[in-house]
Design a protein around this ligand. Structure first.
Ligand code: 5GP
Ligand code: ZN
Length: 113
């Protein structure tokens, strides 16, 4: 998608602080962190949001979640962490390319805002 911010980050057309990369997945630090650890994990292929995922995406999601678990370990979040995927306007999604927030390093609260 030519005009997608996270496609541009995935293609390295826009700089980011990359923590993990393979042929399908990229993880980079959020530019405006909401916790001491705030990492975004995205598929390199463009998917609008989690609303468009199907069973066929199972292997990709498995890879994404194993990357998230490894990053949580690297960031020493053994006391706990949170994964969030905002979907659509009311869900608080501001970038229209599927991404999972990995948040940690402070107490999380429930319900979220
Ligand atoms: P959303 O609100 O869609 O769930 O999450 C989008 C996230 O992308 C936000 O937490 C925001 O801070 C982050 N973000 C927006 N633009 C950039 C950018 O150019 N670089 C990085 N690293 N993060 C960004
Ligand atoms: Zn995209």
């Amino acid at each position: 998608m030519a005009d997608c911010l996270f496609c541009k980050i995935a293609n390295h057309e826009i700089d980011s602080l990359v923590l993990y990369e393979d042929d399908e997945v990229l993880a980079f630090r959020d530019i405006d962190p909401k916790a001491p650890t705030h990492i975004l994990v995205i598929p390199k292929k463009h998917v609008d949001s989690a609303a468009l995922l199907s069973e066929a995406d199972g292997p990709l999601l498995g890879r994404i979640f194993s990357v998230i678990a490894k990053l949580a370990e690297d960031e020493k979040l053994e006391k706990g962490w949170r994964v969030v995927a905002n979907v659509g306007e009311e869900g608080g999604q501001t970038v229209g390319h599927l991404h999972f927030h990995l948040l940690g390093g402070r107490q999380m609260y429930w319900p979220p805002g």
